[in-house]
Design a binder for this molecule. Structure first.
Ligand code: HEM
Length: 141
């Protein structure tokens, strides 16, 4: 009797938890917080490393630094409790000769990474919307 009451309580509280609207969680929390930022960033790095168009840009880069800074930037983009401590997008990408095709391909790789990490399409679009204004500082610099 005692154990069935207990399991009833457990069921009830799980049902209550499940019925909480998704919106009561922030986007940052929904993506898994700091670990989620890193998981998306790592999937993105993996996508880049297999891509013949984008990988050459990163051949001599410090990937550990990219991982840390991109992860921070992603966190800021989803209103997480972070501060971006990297360099400006203009400074970082200047002189790389990035054109539209390479930019668009990089966005596709980020989308593939987010899909792999189970990020809902609506949330993907929210994130890409935050990055969109950076395009002008990255292309043809
Ligand atoms: C919206 C799109 C993009 C965002 C948000 C972004 C963001 C970043 C960030 C946060 C860093 C690290 C900054 C730092 O070290 O202080 C970085 C570095 C870098 N990005 Fe981007 N990036 C974008 C597009 C691109 C594209 C299209 C390319 C090339 C096709 C590219 C190539 C690189 C490379 C090679 C580095 C490493 C630089 C180094 O070795 O010092 N990025 N990017």
């Amino acid at each position: 009797m005692k154990s069935s009451l207990l399991s009833c309580g457990v069921l009830l509280s799980s049902a209550l938890l499940l019925s909480l609207p998704v919106h009561s969680q922030s986007l940052y929390e929904r993506l898994g917080g700091e670990a989620g930022m890193l998981a998306i960033t790592n999937a993105f790095i993996e996508e880049i490393s297999f891509d013949a168009m984008v990988y050459p840009y990163f051949r001599t880069s410090d990937i550990g630094r990219f991982q840390a800074k991109f992860s921070e930037q992603l966190c800021v983009a989803v209103n997480g409790p972070c501060e971006y401590t990297g360099d400006s997008m203009l400074l970082v990408h200047r002189g790389m000769g990035i054109d539209e095709a390479a930019f668009n391909r990089t966005v596709e790789l980020l989308q593939a990474a987010m899909t792999r990490e189970g990020v809902h399409h609506t949330d993907q679009n929210r994130i890409l919307k935050q990055f969109a204004p950076m395009r002008a500082d990255i292309i043809h610099q």
